[in-house]
Design a protein around this ligand. Sequence first.
Ligand code: VOV
Length: 317
Amino acid sequence: MHSVGDITPPVGGGAAAAGSRPASAGAEAVSRTAGPAADGRQDEVATEGAGETQNRPPFTLEGWFVLHDFRRLDWRRWKSLEIARRAAIAREAAAFLRRVTAAADTGEGASALYRVVGHKADLLWLHFRPTLEALSDLEAALSRTALGDYLQPAYSYVSVTELSFYRAGPGGPERDVRHEPFVRGRLYPAIPPARHACFYPMNKKRSGADNWYLLPFEERGRLMHSHGLIGRKYAGRVTQIISGSVGLDDWEWGVTLFADDPVDFKRVVYEMRFDEASARYGEFGPFYVGVRTDPDDLVRFLCPEAAGEVAAEAEGR
Ligand code: VOV
């Protein structure tokens, strides 16, 4: 992970994936707006009339859109099916999972599946794609599978990968960093292979004396710097993907953490609670935690009776 505005390597992997959405959107003191130009790059346009009361947002870069698609399995209906039917559906679901994760091979996105622990959901389908349309297609494609007939929506979250620059000047970093590997790795992330994922949405507070959005830019920068230093202690143990969701979903950011040891989620989140950016300004939604699930695991989860047979078939494929 980088520190804000500095160009230092990301923490804990976040390997660069070939992205297809050269993105730059930014905002700054003199209120410039960004829009796509013909060559696909974002064109910055000066706008008149930014009031003096306008506080300065950080310059941000955005990459792939993100869908956290949580589903609940209707166990009663599912178990009422014959084993052979469950096995066939599980096999089709595993093939669907293979297909969506293949997006990583072409640099057109990334997907992964997690079994959610606890009663908030059963499955988390996590997708990164260049467009909202592609995410909508994936959501519908899952519903169109036979397994989709037994899945109910449990929760969803829509956001876009984001990198903010608190140390940069008003127009962003002095040089164009959009194509630097670590920036691409943050905007177009490969999903870390870690065994566990943790997701929660969050806001920065806007109440009374604790209003993040009224803090001077430099103060926010100082707080985010301190936040980054804590995060860096977890290098190699916890990888984070921060996605912005202002205007896209109910909270302001989605936080997705990846770790082999789930206790590291507790450690990093707990330690951050004592840091001012979170202690004073953080406001948190529901937490979800899950175990990475590959196609064979999915078959085992859905239909353990058929798992051996399906795995053997897969090997012979
Ligand atoms: C696990 C490690 C880790 C590391 C290294 C890390 C570092 C950094 C840096 C350097 C930056 C700024 C640049 C950028 O990347 O945008 C951020 C940004 C952000 N973070 Fe972070 N964060 C981590 C982890 C991490 C966690 C666990 C949380 C949740 C907070 C908590 O209390 O539960 C979080 C939140 C955020 C958010 C919401 C933002 C955007 C805020 C904004 O105003 O723009 N983050 N983060």
